[in-house]
Write a protein that binds this ligand. Structure first.
Ligand code: ADP
Ligand code: ADP
Length: 233
């Protein structure tokens, strides 16, 4: 089953004087259960691609099917629903809300989905325990280490049990020890069935993926299967 299926995806940014081609025809198929790393030099279109896959931005042309549905044919409202029900986002800068505690941050996606108070408490606690952050539930983000903040952010991304996690440089602000811890957690989520698509500059992070997609100037130039991960299955 394909979670993501793009064909000849293009994205142009137009400002007053210049037109920039960020994506120049991307064909990308991602099956349920895969862990895909997207790599490439700065400016090659990684963030643009991730934003389109996350339905935060629209392509200029081409086809993007999410779970079999052509996203361009879906209303804005329906798209927001698809996003909330099926996607979890993890960012380099964590993007937790400073005014809310860890527990409140993690519970937020469930509030949007209309879960009851008791169901929200139960699921939030499960996600916090899974990410080893339950002991910091009443702390505010600024009181946590970078590694703890990212674990809380991952708990928030998975609390609604999305089919797909999109991660943009998830270890970019972490030292190597906490970076590895975060990759281990993403890997465990993937082993449990969640599809993961991650943008990274780190070859060490990419080792956790099944497949590495290399972008250059807005196009996929090479794709490599990670032999180690594939052999293990
Ligand atoms: P990467 O994530 O690989 O660094 P991006 O997707 O951010 O690449 O950018 C791809 C290209 O599109 C770059 O040339 C960048 O300058 C341009 N770009 C990205 N976002 C915008 C924007 N909002 N307006 C204009 N140009 C943009
Ligand atoms: P960090 O080293 O990232 O700053 P902590 O000091 O919170 O984080 O915890 C280090 C590790 O020990 C984490 O992986 C966390 O899962 C685990 N841990 C620490 N305290 C507890 C606790 N009270 N309950 C469960 N796990 C804990």
């Amino acid at each position: 089953e394909l979670i993501i299926d793009t064909q000849n995806l293009q994205k142009k940014y137009i400002t007053d004087t210049v037109e920039t081609t960020a994506l120049a025809g991307v064909d990308l198929k991602i099956k349920r259960g895969e862990f895909v790393a997207i790599m490439g030099p700065s400016g090659c279109g990684k963030s643009t691609l991730l934003n389109i896959l996350g339905m935060l931005d629209s392509p200029s042309s081409g086809s993007f099917k999410f779970l079999g549905q052509e996203v361009a044919n879906v209303s804005e409202r329906q798209r927001a629903k698809l996003r909330k029900e099926n996607l979890g986002f993890v960012f380099q800068s964590f993007n937790l809300i400073d005014e809310l505690t860890v527990e409140e941050n993690i519970a937020l996606p469930l509030a949007y989905l209309g879960y009851s108070k008791s169901e929200t408490e139960k699921r939030t606690l499960q996600a916090m325990e899974r990410m080893g952050i339950a002991h910091r539930r009443n702390h505010f983000p600024q009181q946590l280490s970078g590694g703890q903040q990212q674990r809380a952010a991952i708990a928030r991304a998975v609390v609604s049990e999305p089919a797909l996690i999109l991660a943009d440089e998830p270890t970019g602000n972490l030292d190597s020890v906490h970076g590895r811890e975060v990759m281990q957690l993403l890997s465990e989520l993937n082993d449990a069935g969640t599809t993961v698509v991650m943008v990274t500059h780190s070859p060490t992070d990419a080792e956790y993926a099944h497949r590495i997609v290399n972008l250059f100037d807005g196009q996929i130039v090479t794709e490599n299967l990670n032999v180690k991960r594939h052999a293990a299955e």
